[in-house]
Design a protein around this ligand. Structure first.
Ligand code: AHG
Ligand code: MN
Ligand code: MN
Length: 343
């Protein structure tokens, strides 16, 4: 056999496993010569917690950690055991890391002081999103936002540190525990997605520079509540049907959002007569996904305002959310505007 043949045989044997999340984070940090690496470490802390939560979710049916925890959270929703487990895992990872001085979580009433006043960053988190889907083996997620604190480093945490508008985010991301587990994040320079390779225990770059299609054929909304929607949203849904678009609704925001990011589409959680601000939370869900969707070329609105420009007033406030392909969100805003003129 010639040496040429040997070469080509060898190259067939070892395919490249690709870029790990760690290496990718490091390469991005190297783009900023004065970056101190704390944000990089914070992202690694989140990835580690995500791996642990992924493990817990995968064995939930076996380990008696499915089902209700037996308490309500501050939102008045019944906590699942995995909501509590995920909250503990992320809080612990972020506290140990030392880069974060405060955390706000959908599952906790008050600001969590990590006891690390030297930490430069604040994190807002929905530790487990889509918790009604845990017990039925359907995709769920985690959503996070990272802000720079505004009070001086070393001083006590203030409300202003945690109540920042979405425009102030320095990073945001989500983890999707689905048919494969993915971590998708942005630091304001495009969106990249990493798929978890279980046997190696690593996230690998799988979706580089994600761009959401300008428009799409999917609309995602809980139509069971449509009797309570504003006439503008009812009219928008009617035209989706007239155009024979596809309805896809998982009931886990992360999963619905991720699908629409890749395929093109819109996710709607409107205000209803019962819940004038809808259900979703500005600080834990809407702001992070708004930053990500804009970085991917899409749009996020409450019907009138850009989500990222809303000034938060309290930790757990809710907001109507229309998010996804830009031209579809523009269309919804058009319906809202038209109906307010004729109201
Ligand atoms: P969470 O599990 O974090 O409370 O979030 C649930 C949210 C979101 O994931 C999902 O899209 C929405 O609630 C579903 O609400 P409906 O059951 O009202 O459609
Ligand atoms: Mn949620
Ligand atoms: Mn949640």
């Amino acid at each position: 056999m010639s040496s040429d043949n040997n070469q080509s045989d060898k190259s067939k044997l070892g395919y490249s496993v690709g870029t790990t999340l760690d290496r990718f984070i490091k390469s991005k940090q190297d783009d900023f010569p004065f970056a101190s690496g704390e944000l990089s470490q914070l992202l690694r802390d989140i990835a580690l917690a995500a791996k642990i939560v992924n493990r817990e979710i995968n064995r939930a049916g076996l380990a008696n950690i499915a089902g209700a925890f037996g308490q309500m959270n501050v939102q008045g929703e019944e906590q699942q055991k995995l909501d509590v487990i995920a909250d503990i895992r992320f809080t612990r990872a972020l506290t140990k890391g030392g880069e974060v001085c405060a955390i706000i979580s959908e599952e906790v009433d008050e600001i969590i002081d990590t006891g690390k006043p030297e930490g430069k960053y604040v994190v807002a988190i929905d530790p487990l999103d889509g918790s009604s889907n845990i017990d039925v083996n359907i995709s769920i997620g985690t959503i996070f936002s990272v802000y720079r604190r505004v009070s001086p480093i070393g001083s006590a945490i203030t409300k202003e540190d945690v109540l920042q508008s979405g425009l102030k985010q320095v990073a945001a991301g989500y983890v999707l525990y689905g048919s494969s587990t993915m971590l998708v994040y942005t630091t304001g320079n495009g969106v990249n997605g990493f798929t978890y390779e279980q046997s190696l225990g690593e996230f690998f770059l799988s979706h580089q520079n994600i761009r959401i299609p300008e428009t799409g054929k999917i609309y995602s909304i809980n139509e069971g509540s449509s009797n309570h929607f504003e006439p503008s949203i009812q009219a928008y849904i009617k035209q989706c049907k007239d155009k024979e678009m596809s309805a896809r609704y998982i009931g886990s925001l992360v999963a619905d959002f991720h699908r629409n990011m890749l395929k093109g589409g819109i996710y709607l959680y409107p205000s209803t007569k019962k819940d004038p601000n809808g259900k979703l939370r500005l600080m834990y869900e809407a702001q992070a996904l708004a930053f990500i969707v804009e970085q991917a070329g899409g749009k996020a609105s409450d019907g009138q305002r850009r989500i990222l420009e809303i000034e938060p007033e309290n930790l757990h406030q809710r907001v109507p959310l229309y998010i996804g392909s830009k031209s579809m969100v523009n269309e919804v805003e058009g319906y809202v505007k038209e109906h307010s003129v004729h109201a």
